[in-house]
Design a protein around this ligand. Structure first.
Ligand SMILES: Cc1cc2nc3c(=O)[nH]c(=O)nc-3n(C[C@H](O)[C@H](O)[C@H](O)COP(=O)(O)O)c2cc1C
Length: 185
């Protein structure tokens, strides 16, 4: 699939078939991901590949409680609050794999991890897989308890939890606002 096409066909998917993703495919995705540009060519990333479903259930439950405590009564977050209050809602949508991309906190961690995440999400399409970035998990994974749950080494900041799996249903493109472009010639 060429780059233009994959940019258009990638969609965040929230409904996955109950099928594992082969180890060699996950390794290929990480290999493609780290081809992303890096600020100082220091490759400051750390990948946590989580396939343990009971652990993902526990992270989801803890992240929901954590998020609800931070959202409080914020009127702008009422829809999110409804999701989080639903016992059936699992923040990872029961995807078979989560790859958490972390970066060393003393670098440009967000930028470094985000370009890697986008590479990984685009590469997944090449294998007929879909992905979704799950920011709902991030704040809790940053806590002491969250870091301990996945044995994240000290000095790394968890940034991009990406769910991966075979899509069960297609996702329609989300409506996009036209970009604001100022041409300066
Ligand atoms: C930084 C970031 C965080 C996101 N966090 C979540 C999330 O926690 N849960 C979720 O269901 N989708 C999440 N998404 C997916 C967006 O909602 C999705 O990209 C958006 O609806 C547009 O859909 P599309 O990517 O299919 O075009 C996130 C996307 C990004 C880039």
């Amino acid at each position: 699939m060429n780059v233009m096409r994959v940019s258009y066909v990638r969609r965040e998917v929230r409904n996955y078939a109950d099928a594992p993703v082969a180890q060699r495919v996950l390794e290929a995705l990480i290999a493609a991901a780290i081809e992303a540009p890096g600020a100082c060519c220091e490759q400051p990333w750390h990948f946590t590949v989580i396939r343990n479903q009971p652990l993902l259930d526990r992270i989801s439950a803890a992240a929901k409680v954590h998020l609800l405590s931070t959202i409080g009564g914020n009127p702008g977050r009422m829809e999110v609050r409804q999701y989080l209050l639903s016992p059936e809602f699992q923040i990872f949508y029961h995807a078979p794999v989560v790859i958490l991309i972390s970066a060393r906190s003393d670098e440009q961690a967000f930028e470094e991890a985000s370009v890697v995440a986008q590479n990984l999400m685009l590469a997944a399409r090449e294998f007929g897989l879909s992905t979704c970035w799950i920011d709902f998990a991030r704040n809790w994974l940053e806590t002491h308890e969250g870091r301990r749950s996945i044995a994240l080494p000290a000095g790394y900041q968890p940034i991009a939890p990406i769910i991966i799996g075979r899509p069960h249903a297609t996702t329609l493109p989300a409506p996009c606002e036209p970009p604001i472009i100022k041409w300066i010639d």
